[in-house]
Design a protein around this ligand. Sequence first.
Ligand code: OGA
Ligand code: MN
Length: 315
Amino acid sequence: MTLQLKPFAGNEGGQSAEGVAGAAAPGAEASGIDIGRPLSPEQVKAIENAMDRYAVLVFRNQPLDQDQQIRLAQSFGPLDLGLRKVKGGPHRFKYAELADISNVTADGEVAARQHAKIVGNVANQLWHSDSSFQRPRAKYSMLSAVVVPPEGGETEFADLRSAYDALPPWRKRQVADLTAVHYALHSRFLLGDTNYTEEQRKAIPPARWPLVQTDPRSGRKSLYVGIHACEIDGMTIAEGRMLLMDLLEHATQRQFVYQHRWQPGDLVIWDNTATVHRGRYYDFSLRRELRRATTEEVGLSAEALAVAVDVGGAG
Ligand code: OGA
Ligand code: MN
């Protein structure tokens, strides 16, 4: 079977079960490939090419077990551990490389309101790019839905390439050579979650990324912003943060956004270098369970290669 694609962009009428998408939104429904089975090199290429174009792919009715999800993710590159480097601790999966995107504790109960899992859920409701606080950063995230609440809990994706293209010329000139510092705990601190040891604060030193990066495969530029970005090199913290907030607000306008309404068995793949995403509100007393595997970026943008890896004073 070969990959079939149905783009979402512009289906704001809300007729489709998948969700709604603005005129310049990412995303396509993908079918014709059984992603639970080992992929052929041709299938991997077809998915990568589709990702270059659409940045988000939705496979319906393809529930995966943990082994299948890990195997699928490994077809696209080395796997990322993300925030697990900071907190570690018990988890309920066979693989540390699977992130438990749920409001459920390691023993399978819905987490109490004070539980760290809930802060994690809230933090995911801020617009972000997975692991942008690391070098290498995350490339593809693959989220598989197991249990979803009856209402809310959608995931939204904004296209950072459309967002770059839509910047006025003066803004493109302003941001062309700027770099941002991304820090893993910045979003947690914003939410008042500050109870981390010195060691945990330093477990993932900040990473520096150019605001504008050209994808080496698609040739498209993206405006690489998100909630992990907390400073602009060469600017005061205040001016840098204001600029980052302005740019994120620009990038997440509705015309750039696809909203995904989850069904159990959905598998959504997104490109973290071309999009930002966020979860939407749901009632935390109801069960929501998704599982994520993530690959590391292998072929960095020329802009990123030209920037020093080291962030001064970051420990
Ligand atoms: C993620 C994430 C948002 C959501 O899995 O990386 O941010 O809707 N998820 O659960
Ligand atoms: Mn995420």
